[in-house]
Design a protein around this ligand. Structure first.
Ligand SMILES: [Zn+2]
Length: 444
């Protein structure tokens, strides 16, 4: 199939190859004579979609430095007609990358990219945070952030794709072009069950999805709200668990426990434990408390620096003194998640994928690469023992709730003050009585 399109800045492009990716909204086509660009052609292009792409193009693309962290639109494409119609757009071709779930899903990783170690997974999480921060920094919300629109290379570099689905705000005309879709497991509790076409997305909504993806990257693909249900009947669906805020790894009711195959929360770096707590527990009460992309970037950088190497297998990287991967190998009956000697990618296939991705890359294992320059001096607080952090956060949350309720009801303020006075009086009475009985104070 050979198709001619007019490029927005003049000239034309020819799309003359087979589609290299097809989704519900459009298909990805190679651009003739260009090894660096692909075209997304919509099945049903709309004026809104055109305007969205146009507004994204109005903001500077993140610096590439040899790799595109975001597949930013380059040019709009129009049909060759007397009255040209919007058809799609050009964007960078992202080669030699696979969807992120290929790396965090244990079985797929062992087959498709066994050379990807845990250090690479940590670095991919850090690079993902950097890419999300770049989008937010330009005033956009991603909305439908999920495991299918994130591509990862074997050197752990990350690219966000599907920019045309973001939420884009036209500040001059006062119009918000929303992202009307989302995957249930990445939708924050406050948006579950709502019609997303009616919702203005915010960065803190994306921060929930980002935390889920980082959890999956660091936890062998397990979802933070997934666990073993010990109640009667069928377990509630994942979306309902997200709404309830019950986390199997910190549930004390006895209804839930972590899955046997899940990576133990207590073996994560303390900084990451704190970030996850803020994302899923404190952030459940107050969504704006969720860590943003910069906080994750900084936390992951600090955690990465503390990774230890297992003496039995140098491809085992872990935090603390216990090698979680040796323990996991035993748990899995001898299947090592990061087997020694896997220095070559298993596959060098060229199965086509969306946006020109291929399965596997040539050559030896690449070194994980930071997406951007290392962050400035650490801004996160020093690691605190997790139980104390949870206790303090719980007390802080209760105080915030109590304070918010009291300020709404002046009579409750007066009542509370009276109770406090009575408590102080009772305490004083008890202390005086004790001192008198001990002979430290004269009898009246
Ligand atoms: Zn080990």
């Amino acid at each position: 199939m050979r198709l001619n399109y007019i490029a927005g800045a003049g000239g034309s492009v020819v799309l003359d190859g087979q589609s290299i990716g097809r989704g519900g909204e459009g298909q990805i086509m190679p651009v003739s004579g260009s090894g660096t660009l692909v075209a997304k052609i919509f099945h049903q292009p709309t004026l809104e979609r055109w305007w969205k792409v146009w507004l994204i193009m109005g903001k500077p693309a993140p610096p590439a430095n040899g790799h595109c962290p975001v597949a930013w639109p380059v040019e709009c494409l129009f049909t060759h007609e007397a009255k040209p119609q919007f058809a799609g757009y050009l964007m960078p071709r992202i080669a030699a990358a696979q969807p992120v779930f290929m790396y965090y899903t244990h079985d797929l990783r062992l087959i498709r990219c066994p050379a990807f170690t845990y250090a690479y997974l940590v670095r991919a999480a850090r690079n993902l945070s950097a890419a999300v921060g770049m989008v937010h920094g330009r005033g956009f919300a991603i909305g439908d952030l999920n495991e299918s629109n994130i591509l990862v290379r074997e050197d752990a570099l990350v690219t966000l794709i599907d920019s045309d689905s973001w939420q884009v705000r036209d500040t001059e005309r006062g119009i918000t072009y929303r992202c009307p879709v989302g995957k249930g497991e990445f939708i924050p509790p406050e948006l579950q069950g709502r019609n997303l076409a009616d919702v203005d997305r915010c960065p803190h909504h994306d921060h929930f999805a980002l935390a889920v993806l980082i959890w999956k990257l660091l936890g062998e693909g397990c979802h933070p709200f997934d666990g073993v249900f010990h109640g009667g009947g069928d377990p509630p669906p994942l979306e309902a668990r997200i709404v309830s805020g019950v986390l199997p790894w910190r549930d004390r009711s006895g209804l839930w426990s972590p899955k046997p195959g899940a990576v133990f929360f207590g073996l994560l770096h303390p900084v990451l434990q704190d970030l996850f707590y803020r994302a899923f527990s404190a952030g459940h009460r107050e969504p704006r408390l969720r860590p943003d992309a910069a906080a994750w970037q900084d936390g992951l950088r600090r955690a990465e620096a503390d990774l230890q190497t297992c003496p039995r297998n140098p491809r085992h990287r872990h935090w603390g003194t216990r090698c979680v991967w040796c323990e996991r190998t035993t748990l899995l009956g001898g299947i090592d998640p990061f087997p020694a000697g896997s220095s070559q990618p298993a596959q060098r296939g060229t199965s086509p994928g969306r946006n020109g991705r291929r399965n596997g890359t040539a050559g030896k294992q690449a070194v994980p690469v930071p997406q951007v320059a290392a962050a400035a001096a650490a801004t996160a607080p020093p690691a605190t023992p997790q139980p104390l952090v949870q206790l303090l956060n719980d007390i802080h949350g209760l105080c915030r709730q109590a304070s918010a309720r009291l300020t709404k009801h002046p009579f409750m303020v007066l009542g509370t003050a009276a109770i406090l006075i009575l408590i102080v009086e009772a305490a004083a009475f008890l202390i005086v009585s004790f001192l008198r009985s001990a002979g430290r104070l004269p009898q009246p």
